[in-house]
Design a protein around this ligand. Structure first.
Ligand SMILES: [Mg+2]
Length: 415
């Protein structure tokens, strides 16, 4: 562990950078990618908007008050996946041990490289390769562990390249605010500040027991991080196991018919993404959230497929099963999991050459004219069935609203 060296890579304003590759007129402009409705939040914003105080996670309405000239884009999920994969492939071909921490973040264990190469030079060359081959700007931090490497990246962004050798760790950390430690959120930060602790140096100089008394178990690792110590290992990269989409509603809704339509569209979007990545899925899950934030989900295993209508059929059935309260919904989502690569021998029942031909044609139109260019119309029978269910649901007494009585299983995901 002593001679460990970790590089952390983070693509700069990733979603915005991808959008700029597609539309170069966005270069140099204030651009925000995020939810465009009133409850939407900023998922990525260009540095031109950050000058006005905009940051990711901020409500869109607030961001637009601060930077009204910003160009707001809803986001293109297939696009980001495609570029993320390109970067992952470049990294995986070069790196000894690679961990993909998110769609745009990577950790590399580069310990031991220094005997043969200058590690910093090696990491610089990899960053250059990513930018030359994809057109995406990237920052990295290189230091003694994952937390230190990530903090170095954050300190250097954008286009940052910061190496913090072991003997400079303390000097780097000491003057920084405690909020710069990656695991320190708003509440931890407020608590530390209320105790008069603002700088990392102050936290580092406390006794570990004192920090543990305040924050419990978590205190120990917090204190270690303030001292530049983190034992977390770079976990080797494994491929994504699921894809999902969810929507927080502009207004809470219990219009089951439009929910059914929407869930069909969500499946369509995910299936298109699956096919564009050459994958199939064999598990469909639906998640719903009520205004009180209680969250329910149900899932079903199906023969592997990548057809919109099969996912949609199951998702609609699951929605009717899971939606039991006579209350509006705040959020709804679909997740496809148990992903396998195409070429896998899948169930003959769903392997219909005519359908394959049809989906091939659909995807080529979508590829040319955008994902919204073609959409399924729900069949009449489908709508009738939905109406029946709706009446049933609205008339029933609310006997099954206890979360423990319903197949409750939280799916990890953001609201
Ligand atoms: Mg990033």
């Amino acid at each position: 562990m002593e001679n460990q060296l970790v590089a952390h890579f983070d693509l700069d304003t990733f979603f915005v950078s991808c959008e700029r590759l597609v539309d170069p007129t966005l270069n140099g402009k204030a651009v925000i990618v995020g939810g465009t409705r009133s409850r939407g939040v900023v998922s990525t914003c260009s540095y031109e908007t950050r000058a006005f105080g905009v940051h990711s996670g901020m409500p869109m309405a607030q961001a637009l008050r601060l930077c009204p000239q910003a160009i707001v884009l809803k986001g293109t999920s297939g696009l980001y996946g495609k570029y993320s994969k390109m970067v992952t492939d470049i990294m995986a071909a070069e790196a000894p041990v690679l961990e993909k921490a998110s769609i745009d973040e990577f950790y590399l264990d580069v310990s031991g490289l220094e005997q043969n190469f200058g590690t910093y030079k090696w990491v610089c060359a990899l960053a250059d390769k990513v930018t030359n081959e994809t057109g995406l700007p990237i920052s990295f931090g290189l230091s003694t562990n994952k937390t230190m490497a990530k903090m170095a990246t954050n300190a250097g962004k954008p286009n940052g390249r910061l190496y913090i050798p072991p003997d400079k760790v303390k000097a780097f950390l000491n003057p920084l605010p405690v909020s710069d430690i990656p695991m320190v959120g708003k509440s931890t930060c407020a608590k530390l500040n209320s105790l008069g602790i603002y700088k990392i140096k102050q936290l580092a100089e406390m006794s570990p027991e004192a920090v543990e008394n305040i924050f419990g178990k978590y205190g120990k690792s917090l204190w270690r991080k303030a001292n530049g110590v983190h034992y977390g290992k770079v976990a080797p990269y494994s491929e994504r196991k699921s894809i999902s989409v969810e929507r927080t509603f502009f207004q809470n809704t219990y219009d089951i018919e439009s929910l059914q339509t929407l869930i069909g569209q969500m499946c369509e979007k995910l299936a298109f993404q699956l096919r564009s990545e050459g994958k199939l899925a064999s598990c469909v899950a639906v998640k719903i959230r009520y205004p009180d934030f209680s969250t329910y989900s149900q899932q079903v295993k199906i023969p592997v497929t990548n057809y919109d209508q099969i996912f949609a059929k199951h998702a609609k059935e699951l929605l009717l099963k899971v939606y039991k309260k006579n209350e509006p919904l705040r959020l709804m989502g679909v997740r496809l999991s148990n992903l396998v690569k195409e070429g896998y021998q899948y169930d003959i029942f769903y392997d219909d050459p005519k359908l394959d031909e049809l989906y091939g044609a659909i995807d080529s139109v979508k590829g040319k004219f955008g994902k919204a260019s073609l959409q399924w119309l729900s069949s009449k029978a489908d709508k009738e069935a939905v109406k029946k269910e709706k009446r049933f649901n609205l008339n029933r007494t609310d006997v099954n609203s206890d979360p423990d009585l319903i197949g409750r299983k939280n799916i990890k995901g953001k609201d």
